[in-house]
Design a binder for this molecule. Structure first.
Ligand SMILES: [Zn+2]
Length: 501
């Protein structure tokens, strides 16, 4: 049925257009009622789900995938991932946020060439598919020229997943790069006609400078009709001032995505809730880099919609199993600590496994305005489907609590089959239509170039860089002199303390 060609290392697998049925799986539909269907089938014809139910009749020639002993669920959605940084996989495992800013923003982000963006993007995009993440927002803030942006999109188009390019550039003010004719030209050349396979956002942060220079970039986004995604509530970088400026100038919309939103007061959460935006929570990132305590406990109280994200593989993994697990842990850990501080005991956890599975699927779809297309397994929706099944694993049985199994038991190695837009891109634990050998060669070339450019001493030192005597701790953005020192966030501690307001 499938063949591997010796030269490319690419396995094209199952012909596109052939109907596929997942047979006899435990189906998590993630529909409005969160219906769970044991022993059920999911039939896909063309790019859409035709039917979900028991013992479905299927068209002649349908490929049957045995989902017995497995879980069938919607493809996962990562709403904030710096794919270009995958070329530096694991390099910054021990970094703090300040060291990250030193390495990427201040010192070395500017040496990445278009082909380096391409190499990181391809690897990160393939990694996402392998882990069952069928939609990824590429928060691409290394685009210091339009050639870099073209390389980023070339990479996304070369990988058979669903993507959103979130265009950014940490080396220049957003009011500068978004005003250039080259940027407008790029948008009209590359960002139309991709339908729901390739979306577009603008990605930049709001420093809190009262002159609000970011206003010009928000106006470009409004003019283009595209959402803005912004790192908000990040200790030492962005705070309530940025949210207030966005609010006062009318730039907080239901499409706006606030990434992290960890170091904020109740005023800001009220503004986000009132304007209908959502928060992309990167729990592993917030726990170890220092943006603030993972905020799901506060977002729940304010009724703010949540999606999950992995941020960057320069530190962490790129799979949402990690995100679901870490998010449950952080939310529950804080809940227990608050109860103990009042001599109490939590008897029932607020955050349930089914909640994080919803955030990882439908929550992401809603965040991206794609809820009518993806995010659940329902007839008529686009077929982004994941089968979790591993007959060789002692962890795949017994299968008693499907949401708990996804959140706490399964991992990327258990992802058996992945389908995007009706196309099988991974089957029987093997990626199809992906040239992994070529991706590896490109990343090795990038790593070689970077080592040579930095020199061996700087390369080794970069894993634990010194923090120079600059303003970086109060302003990581090299394109502005705005110094947040005098406006340092003065709210209640963002550590796991009871909410003050
Ligand atoms: Zn980020």
């Amino acid at each position: 049925m499938s063949a591997t060609t010796a030269h490319s290392g690419r396995d094209d697998g199952i012909p596109a257009g052939r109907p596929v049925v997942f047979r006899d799986g435990l189906v998590l539909t993630m529909d409005d009622r969160r219906s769970v269907l044991p022993g059920a089938d999911v039939l896909v014809v063309g790019e859409r789900i035709r039917a979900v139910g028991h013992r479905l009749e299927v068209p002649e020639g349908t490929l049957e995938i045995d989902a017995g002993d497995g879980i069938v669920m919607p493809g996962m959605v990562d709403t904030h991932r710096h794919l270009w940084q995958t070329a530096m996989r694991g390099y910054g495992a021990d970094w703090t946020l300040t060291q990250y800013f030193v390495w990427y923003y201040l010192e070395w982000g500017r040496v990445f060439r278009p082909q380096d963006i391409h190499a990181g993007n391809v690897l990160g995009a393939v990694e996402a598919l392998d882990a069952g993440v069928t939609t990824t927002v590429d928060w691409s803030h290394g685009l210091r020229t339009v050639e870099h942006a073209d390389a980023a999109v070339d990479a996304l188009e070369a990988v058979p997943g669903r993507f959103v390019l979130a265009y950014g550039n940490i080396q220049q003010g957003p009011w500068e790069w978004s005003a250039t004719p080259e940027f407008r030209d790029f948008v009209s050349r590359r960002m139309h006609g991709g339908g729901d396979m390739l979306g577009f956002q603008m990605a930049f942060d709001v420093t809190g400078d009262p002159a609000f220079p970011e206003r010009a970039a928000f106006e470009v986004a409004r003019d283009l009709g595209v959402p803005v995604t912004t790192h908000a509530g990040v200790w030492g970088a962005t705070n309530d001032d940025g949210i207030r400026l966005m609010y006062d100038h009318g730039f907080m919309t239901p499409q706006t995505v606030y990434v992290h939103a960890a170091t904020l007061t109740a005023d800001s959460y009220n503004r986000i809730a009132a304007t209908g935006g959502s928060v992309s929570v990167s729990t592993e990132s917030e726990q170890s880099a220092g943006q603030g305590y993972p905020p799901t406990w506060r977002l729940r109280r304010h009724g703010i919609p949540v999606s999950l994200s992995m941020d960057t593989s320069v530190w962490w993994s790129g799979d949402l199993f990690s995100a679901m697990r870490a998010t449950l842990g952080a939310d529950r850990s804080r809940e227990h600590m608050e109860a103990h501080a009042g001599q109490g005991t939590v008897t029932h956890c607020h955050l349930r496994a089914e909640d994080v599975v919803e955030w990882a699927t439908r929550g992401g779809a809603r965040t991206l305005g794609l809820d009518s297309a993806i995010g659940s397994l329902e007839p008529g929706k686009k077929a982004d489907v994941v089968l979790i099944k591993n007959d060789r694993s002692p962890v795949m049985f017994p299968l008693l609590n499907p949401y708990g199994h996804v959140a706490f038991q399964a991992q990327r190695g258990d992802v058996h089959t992945v389908m995007v837009d009706g196309r099988v891109v991974k089957h029987e634990h093997r990626l199809l239509g992906v040239d992994l050998a070529r991706a590896r060669r490109s990343v090795e070339e990038t790593v070689g170039y970077l080592r040579e450019t930095l020199g061996e001493e700087a390369w080794a030192k970069g894993m634990n860089p010194d923090v120079p005597e600059t303003k970086i701790q109060d302003n990581p953005y090299t394109y502005t002199d705005w110094d947040a020192r005098d406006a340092r966030w003065k709210g209640a501690p963002p550590s796991p303390a009871p909410e003050a307001g």
